[in-house]
Design a protein around this ligand. Structure first.
Ligand code: HEC
Length: 195
């Protein structure tokens, strides 16, 4: 009886010890996903809302100016609203602004999203990369989910608009997308503050 009790105790404490780090990891991942969800939504909502209202009110040319001049500033403003150590940005393999080119593992993640899409595997809501002990990257796939996107990222027939884009972005490759295509990803970098 006595021996059995000790064995049970030992097994119990061993399993607790073993599961503790895993629980910690799981709750850490939950937190990363929560912050990533919130931050990526804030960027997409803020950019989308302003771009769409500009497009409706002033047409494609003015909206293009707006995107070219303000996308960066709006992203910086959103970053200022996020908690310390959290930053958000957009990336794409077919980028318009070279500042949005994928870096480090970002290209591998974008290529994985594309492979998943091509294989008809259900797209995950997000992928998470642990960069180092303190740093995580949250990736949310971004799609051409609205006809409005095609005005500036589709096959553009309007010569004026094509010229206006080329004048601002000489090495632009963010064209010829179709509705439903993977456009890129929102990346949220989360650096845990030292506790
Ligand atoms: C009025 C024109 C316009 C419309 C409409 C538009 N975009 Fe863009 N988009 C741009 C411009 C200009 C840039 C480059 C911004 C910069 O310089 O940072 C850009 C950049 C991006 C980027 C960053 C990667 C890159 O290529 O530099 C993503 C992702 C993106 N757009 C997705 C979308 C999606 C999704 C939609 C539809 C909801 C959309 N865009 C609608 C003009 C537009």
């Amino acid at each position: 009886m006595h021996i059995l009790k000790s064995i049970t105790l030992i097994t119990l404490s061993a399993s607790l010890l073993l599961s503790a780090p895993q629980n910690k990891k799981a709750s850490e991942l939950d937190k990363v996903i929560k912050i990533g969800d919130r931050s990526s939504k804030l960027l997409i909502k803020t950019l989308g809302k302003q771009m769409k209202s500009k497009l409706k009110k002033d047409g494609v040319m003015k909206a293009l100016d707006f995107c070219a001049n303000e996308a960066y500033n709006i992203t910086q403003k959103v970053n200022k609203k996020l908690p310390k150590g959290v930053r958000v940005k957009r990336i794409s393999t077919k980028y318009r602004n070279p500042a949005n080119a994928p870096k480090d593992n970002e290209l591998a993640v974008l290529e994985s999203f594309q492979k998943i899409k091509n294989s008809n595997i259900i797209m995950p809501k997000q992928l998470v990369e642990q960069v180092d002990e303190k740093t995580f990257k949250y990736y949310k796939p971004l799609f051409i989910n609205n006809k409005a996107c095609l005005a500036c990222h589709g096959t553009i027939k309007d010569v004026e608009i094509r010229r206006a884009i080329a004048a601002r972005y000489p090495i632009d490759s963010a064209n010829d997308y179709e509705l439903g295509d993977l456009r890129g990803a929102v990346v949220v970098t989360i650096i845990k503050s030292a506790k």
